[in-house]
Design a protein. Structure first.
Lengths: 497, 260
């Protein structure tokens, strides 16, 4: 089954957003965290004279890969296999989870240590592992916080940004059972020490490591993971067995392409020039690191996204989260409102598409189309364009809400012909009188009630611009010659008056 | 120059004073203004909400109405962005070669109001007088789609008596976003609250912009909260002269040229 976490059961965005807006703590944390990353990003991006060229290069590399994905995937499989890796293909979330579980069961193991892997959140791997009697340990600090709190990630890069240190201290105190450490303070150093003590024991004991991939390199068969805490390096090098779950869109053609992406990704994601840990490995090597390496290549709706030319560049995403930090909607609500592990602007286009527009159809409307996401995106995904495209798909495939459809139809009729627009203006002027107070409308009914609940709306004034022009410059108010004859707008041409 | 005014549907209906102000400024600068009465809308609302077929019909009508216009002045940055960003794509998608040619011919002649003044006509001082403290909201479409940010600033700086104050958080959306303001009213209002906070911080009497759709949103919030801060389209400030500030233009100047 194609699945994006539990997004299929999530409430519609406006409902979830309303709940989030009522949480002052969450909003303060989200605002602070996104401000910090934004400011850091701005500094390290500004120092790059070729930033726009890098973005364009990345966009073109990704575009090229998506057009030849079949070729590059097979090339990756060949080269990875030749280096001693084993490549598995998973059509959907369930198949991927089953492959991973079978590998672990095959070795009679009961635990795995995990590097932050959004793709495994997408497939719901942890729940599947637990159901199969396997204990997964998240080792990224924020993911550990989420796991211990049975919480949901609220950001692609910093998934626990909705929690503050006091909340984290309480969580650690309750769940880690670290008697030796004594009471944990709220100092970041204390919290880190607690996490370190908790995790180190797992790093040294557990035999199966699990990761996602930032990039899978076709011409060498290598996998690349970048991270900041060193937990990734532990998971990738200490265990005997390593399993990497990789979305098929993570392929890049050549090792040399990392030059582009490793400049863009850390700057966009955390405002760093370089990630503290950059791990790139190719198959296995005797006596050094894991002696068994599996790659699970995951589709889970990606090839369906690929089939839509208008929106396939959604798959260019390198999961940096820059669009979240830039987004004025995300900055109000945080990630949970998006009902998916993929939140913010990229989540608003990725989640519904992966699920074949069956769920999450409120997400493409969760944007004011301000364009801040497109501006921030290091691989130049035109998110506003894709949002509009998805709205169009919803309207054309599922039909918009009835009231909206009627309103749009009526407006289209009025806009086909200026005499009808004049009539519509007169009707609006007449209809508003019960609501009008001092030139303003303050309590409308119907869909516009959502506007006037918190904002005034100017009343339609006594004279439209066109009527003013006609009154004062009558000689200039002539019909549009020829419009009638050539009209095919479905509503007739301009009126001879 | 003969300048054709595309007033836009919502300015026509809700903000006629903006249109009058545009006419006044352009005529004061010695240009002729025509108003092609068959004009209606650019199709932005339909397009952005997902009603692309209706938007295409509206675009065809727009192209017929403004066929052959020397320069089109549009006092709404989001409508200009609709035309510049989406018309070429819509025409290409329609597979109609004639339509593509029409769009190609239109684009170099369609200007946002401040863009027309500064970039096309080379004017920054329009002889205006407006003795008030003003802050400028830059609409997202102006900032990101059109790259129109400095033009309104230069125009406002040349207005006598006007004190321009920077608006903090300038690049943040006000939360309007067309149907977003209704479909996601709660988030929209939360965004507006931040914007209003920034505007109040400036202590300005007037918040100006190149787009009345943002101003309708911001102004709706400012009024509901009884802040006393007015919203004014840039054109209405530029139209102000000694003793006439903020007043409706009553058909002054030369008569407009007959529309085609």
């Amino acid at each position: 089954m194609i699945r994006v976490g539990d997004a299929a059961r999530a409430p519609a965005f406006p409902v979830a957003a309303r709940r989030a807006l009522g949480n002052a703590q969450l909003r303060r944390n989200v605002r602070h965290a996104t401000d910090v990353i934004r400011n850091k990003r701005a500094v390290v991006v500004a120092e790059m004279s070729d930033w726009q060229d890098l973005r364009e290069s990345a966009h073109q590399i990704k575009d090229h890969v998506l057009q030849h994905l079949d070729v590059y995937l097979e090339q990756f499989e060949d080269n990875c296999t030749r280096a001693g890796g084993r490549v598995h293909w998973a059509r959907d979330a369930d198949e991927a989870n089953r492959i991973v579980i079978d590998i672990i069961h095959g070795h009679h193991e009961r635990e795995i240590i995990k590097v932050k892997t959004m793709t495994s959140d997408e497939t719901g791997l942890n729940a599947a592992l637990e159901a199969a009697g396997i204990v997964p340990y998240e080792t990224d600090l924020a993911d550990l916080i989420i796991q211990l709190g049975a919480d949901r990630p609220s950001h692609i890069v910093v998934p626990a940004l909705h929690m503050n240190r006091t909340e984290i201290r309480e969580l650690f105190q309750r769940t880690m059972k670290l008697e030796a450490l004594g009471p944990i303070g709220t100092d970041p150093q204390d919290l880190t020490n607690a996490a370190r003590a908790f995790l180190r024991e797992k790093f040294l004991r557990v035999n199966v490591g699990f990761s996602g991939a930032n990039f899978a390199i076709a011409d060498t068969g290598s996998v690349c993971v970048v991270e900041s805490e060193g937990n990734g390096r532990m998971c990738l090098t200490l265990p005997k067995i390593l399993i990497s779950l990789v979305g098929v869109e993570k392929i890049i053609p050549a090792f040399g392409d990392l030059e582009v992406f490793l400049q863009l990704l850390p700057r966009s994601a955390t405002g760093e020039r370089m990630n503290p840990y950059n791990s790139i490995w190719t198959g296995i090597r005797g006596g050094d690191g894991p002696q068994e390496f599996h790659v699970v290549l995951l589709d889970n709706g990606r090839t369906t996204v690929l089939a839509d030319e208008q929106s396939r560049e959604t798959l260019d995403c390198i999961r940096c989260g820059a669009c979240l930090n830039a987004c004025p909607v995300y900055r109000q609500t945080g990630g949970h409102a998006y009902g998916s592990i993929y939140s913010g602007p990229i989540g608003a286009i990725l989640t519904p598409q992966l699920q074949s527009m069956q769920h999450s159809t409120s997400l493409p409307y969760a944007s004011s189309l301000c364009g801040a996401c497109y501006e921030a995106c290091p691989v130049k995904i035109n998110i506003p364009e894709i949002l509009i495209h998805l709205r169009r798909r919803i309207v054309e495939e599922q039909g918009g809400p009835l009231g909206e459809r009627l309103l749009m139809k009526a407006a289209a009729l009025a806009f086909a012909d200026s005499s009808r627009l004049s009539i519509a203006q007169k009707l609006a002027r007449a209809a508003q009188w019960p609501f009008k107070r001092g030139g303003q409308l303050s309590a409308l009914r119907g869909p516009l009630a959502a506007w006037t609940a918190s904002r005034d709306l100017p009343a339609v004034p006594a004279e439209s611009f066109r009527d003013w022009w006609k009154r004062l410059r009558p000689d200039s108010h002539e019909p549009l010659r020829g419009a009638k004859a050539t009209s095919n707008s479905g509503g007739g041409g301009a009126p001879p008056r | 120059m003969l300048i054709s005014l595309f007033i836009t549907c919502y300015n026509d209906t809700l903000f006629p004073e903006t249109g009058k102000a545009v006419v006044r400024v352009l005529e004061r600068l010695g240009h002729e203004v025509e108003f092609r009465a068959a004009q209606t809308c650019c199709g932005q609302m339909h397009y952005n909400t997902g009603y692309a077929r209706d938007a295409l019909s509206i675009m065809r009508h727009f192209l017929r109405v403004f066929d052959g216009a020397e320069a089109i002045c549009i006092p709404s940055s989001s409508c200009v962005a609709m035309i510049r960003d989406h018309y070429p794509k819509m025409a290409a998608e329609s597979g109609d070669a004639a339509l593509r040619r029409q769009v190609d011919a239109l684009l170099p002649r369609a200007f946002e109001f401040s863009e027309l003044l500064v970039d096309k006509l080379g004017v920054t001082d329009v002889g205006a007088h407006f003795p008030h403290t003003v802050t400028l909201h830059t609409p997202c479409h102006a900032l990101r789609a059109l790259g129109v940010r400095d033009q309104p600033i230069r125009l406002l700086r040349s207005v006598r008596g006007l004190h321009l104050v920077d608006l903090p958080g300038e690049s943040e959306c006000c939360g309007f976003g067309g149907t977003f303001a209704v479909k996601n009213a709660d988030v929209s209002v939360a965004m507006l609250a931040d914007k209003i906070g920034c505007i109040r911080e400036t202590k300005a009497e007037v918040c100006a912009a190149t787009d009345n759709s943002c101003l309708m949103h911001i102004g709706g919030g400012l009024r509901r909260q009884q802040t006393g801060i007015r919203c004014m389209h840039l054109a209405e400030i530029l139209a102000g002269q000694d003793g006439q500030e903020g007043q409706a233009v009553q058909g002054g100047g030369r008569k407009g040229r007959a529309a085609r």
